[in-house]
Ligand binder design. Structure first.
Ligand SMILES: Cc1cc2nc3c(=O)[nH]c(=O)nc-3n(C[C@H](O)[C@H](O)[C@H](O)COP(=O)(O)OP(=O)(O)OC[C@H]3O[C@@H](n4cnc5c(N)ncnc54)[C@H](O)[C@@H]3O)c2cc1C
Length: 444
């Protein structure tokens, strides 16, 4: 029997086993379903877009609980079939694409909120962050942080994301945010409960050390946040206050600023006037007066102060990668982007602009230094390499958004995966010991 026949037979066997486990609606080999399960937000990258499709699933499973997630992994591993976990598929580097085919484990139906307690919330991996925030709010609490893709899954955010609304206070890369995880390894075992430092070993490595089936993350007392919109005649005006706003007492949940061009690409809103640089912050109600003073003293104008959880969520949806996505929509195929960080972004924006020519920026007040997304005209992959080199030379930290290798704490993931994934079946192709590009953790 050829290798292909053996593989096909293994997938057919897995299909039968998963029907027994999940029922006929819990598994699919339908071509359209497979194609849908094999794409993520990688279209944001023109470099990766040119390489698509990078892989297509042979089978997709939809477990509805943490224990079903564990059983699905066990069934695939027993047959030597690769497993690529998937939440909402919004990750934007192709890291959820099943490059070796095999099984896509779609967790989006495993969305139970298991428990809300004082200071933490436990949910199955596919639960959307919006649902977690809502459950937390009902108990007088809020999540420490969530990404601008608020409907993405908690498992995907921990395994593929790095920060967002709340990062100013709590930092990036989920340090301390994750209290405990129930993970599944590719060694035939069931659910393994890990806490504290050990739980960090499964963060931002795309499921390559283990698949998150259930997560417990930190909550804090809820705040009646205010969504404050301001504008400045120039981007440098907005940047001149970004760090001061990010250090307000009490701390804001988010501070975002955009160049005039990026501001113009955002959805129409009277609080984002044309021809001006937009600055937005989710401010603590006790800090609104001081924020107003700082903005006006720097020549800015308050456009609106809005109340209510929906307004905060709306402002979050205009942060991190979202302004760049709007910019790309305004001129399809024109821009590539890089994730950047460093004080130089706020201290010397003219130098950054001169270094990158036509670069357009979206900036956030980070936990320690400003962080941002830089968009520039794309003419080929060599643009990306050259830009990384030039930006690094002037002290800007850069994360390359055009590759899918694990680039955060790679060494510790390799070490852990040695025992938790002895046959290399978990999201194959993403954990590459030869990867020498910029490390994500080093830029914040
Ligand atoms: C416009 C835009 C804005 C964004 N803004 C932010 C932002 O503010 N902050 C941020 O951090 N990210 C951001 N992202 C990236 C992404 O949306 C988030 O990281 C999101 O939380 C990922 O969740 P998901 O459910 O979509 O995960 P997916 O895209 O489905 O998966 C992400 C990665 O995690 C793996 N994975 C998924 N589920 C599991 C699991 N249960 N166990 C182990 N591995 C798993 C996948 O294989 C993949 O490698 C943005 C992306 C876009 C396109």
């Amino acid at each position: 029997m050829s290798a292909v026949t053996t593989e096909r037979a293994a997938v057919a066997e897995l299909h039968d086993a998963l029907i027994d486990l999940l029922g006929p609606r819990g598994v699919s080999t339908d071509r359209r379903m497979l194609e849908r399960a094999s794409v993520d937000g990688a279209r944001m990258s023109p470099v990766i877009s040119e390489m698509l499709p990078l892989g297509v699933a042979e089978i997709v499973a939809f477990p509805t609980t943490a224990s079903e997630i564990a059983r699905v992994v066990q069934e695939a591993v027993a047959r030597g079939i690769p497993v690529t976990p998937r939440g909402k598929g919004t990750g934007n580097y192709g890291q959820a694409i099943p490059s070796a085919g095999g099984l896509v484990l779609d967790t989006s139906r495993a969305r139970n909120i298991v428990e809300v307690s004082d200071g933490s919330i436990t949910a199955d991996a596919g639960a959307p962050l919006a649902q977690l925030e809502q459950a937390a709010r009902a108990s007088g609490q809020q999540l420490w942080m969530y990404p601008s893709t608020l409907n993405s899954s908690i498992g995907g955010f921990l395994a593929g994301g790095s920060g967002g609304t709340g990062t100013i206070a709590h930092g990036a890369n989920h340090m301390g945010f994750v209290a405990a995880l129930d993970v599944v390894h590719a060694d035939g075992s069931g659910l393994t409960h890990v806490e504290g430092e050990e739980a960090q070993l499964y963060v931002h490595n795309y499921g390559t050390a283990g698949i998150i089936a259930r997560a417990t993350v930190r909550l804090e007392p809820a705040v009646a946040w205010r969504a404050l919109y301001a504008s400045f005649p120039s981007f440098s005006g907005a940047l001149s206050v970004i760090r001061e706003l990010g250090r307000l007492d009490p701390l804001p949940r988010l501070v975002s600023a955009d160049t005039i061009e990026v501001s113009a690409a955002l959805p129409e809103d009277p609080a984002i006037p044309p021809g001006r640089s937009s600055l937005r912050t989710i401010a603590h109600p006790e800090a609104v007066e001081e924020a107003t003073r700082i903005i006006e003293a720097a020549g800015g104008r308050i456009e609106a102060v809005r109340e209510g959880a929906t307004e905060g969520a709306k402002l979050s949806s205009l942060s991190y990668n979202h302004p760049i996505e709007w910019l790309q929509r305004s001129r399809p195929g024109h821009y590539y982007h890089l994730e950047v960080a460093g004080d130089v972004l706020a201290d010397d924006i003219d130098l950054v602009h001169a270094t990158i020519g036509d670069g357009l920026l979206h900036i956030e007040a980070g936990h320690t230094v400003p962080i941002g997304m830089l968009a520039s005209e794309y003419t080929g992959p060599e643009d990306v390499e050259a830009a990384i080199e030039r930006l690094t030379a002037i002290g800007v930290g850069v994360h390359n958004c055009h590759q899918w290798n694990v680039d955060f704490e790679m060494g510790r993931t390799i070490e852990r995966a040695r025992t938790t994934d002895p046959f290399g079946l978990l999201n194959p192709g993403k954990l590459n010991p030869d990867y020498t590009g910029p490390q994500k953790g080093s830029i914040r």
